[in-house]
Design a protein around this ligand. Sequence first.
Ligand code: NAD
Length: 339
Amino acid sequence: MKILVTGGAGFIGSNFVQYMVNNYPEDTIVNLDALTYAGNLESLKSVEDKPNYRFIKGDISDRVFIMELFEKEAFDVVVNFAAESHVDRSILDPEVFVKTNVLGTLVLLDASKKFQIKRFHQVSTDEVYGDLPIDRTDLFFTEDTPLHTSSPYSSSKASADLFVLSYYRTYGLPVTISRCSNNYGPYHFPEKLIPLMIIRALNNEKLPVYGNGSNVRDWLHVTDHCSAIDLIIRNGKPGEVYNVGGHNEKTNLEVVKEILKALNKPESLIEYVTDRPGHDLRYAIDPSKIEQELGWKPRYHFETGLKQTIDWYLENKDWWEHIINGEYRSYFKEMYGER
Ligand code: NAD
């Protein structure tokens, strides 16, 4: 198979590219990425010389470029990770989220329809369901939970999901969608909660926690997300949505405290900051459909996965020090002020 992976230089995309290149030497993996601030080819050093891997720089919302690429390459499968992915950035500047996440997905769908792709897989998020009350631990997102978004980011992802499903119903394009909870693991960009806290704790800097830290996220190791997508593109039913999650609900404060404990740093580094506007309270996935229909099971326990992730950041300082450059520093200052 020839598989187009878009956004393969980002956090989950780069983990997925490595997973596929290493597990399926007979398949060809083509990574298309615009290399925005979040794209980093240093995350792909381990596969860049492999014969079944290729990188192409380009923008998924550039219709002419995408049509030419599909005509030339004859892909069998498209897996769309490419996105603007950070909620805080979507609050500051929503427009680029519509351009990449909605228009970009539409362009890929049109190309997939025209060139009769065998499977179009959209990597989506549980954030399209909105949030759940903190105190109703009996409630979970299922695939039938109505879309009810809170942020410009999740609204753009929900819009894309609706276009994807409409291309199945209207044109018969064989699509699938995965809606996954929060991922953690190696190559995670330092603006996101877990790497941000690891790196700031290592530097003895204050750890900014939104509100009182009680918002709950459902964490899944990125490798478990990769194995779920791999199963869906091979065995998932066209037109179906699959929720992916590992029943690992933690408050943000619990996660931050676990990181401080593992690094032997004091809790006095925690600093509570003004809450994110519209901050979702609790995410919790019910993954029974993918478990029962496709036999998927996560392999990582959160505690061991987090420990391994912290070790990875300790062993790969060069990777994140290259990222923490002027551009990222000024963004951080805009978000959290000088500290
Ligand atoms: P990321 O921000 O780390 O990576 C996104 C990648 O897309 C980057 O490499 C970037 O350069 C590329 N990109 C951005 N705009 C592009 C464009 N116009 N054309 C081509 N490439 C472009 O994101 P991530 O955390 O790896 O998330 C990947 C996907 O998974 C996203 O669609 C996101 O919505 C979804 N998702 C993420 C999580 C999570 O916890 N991170 C959870 C569920 C779903």
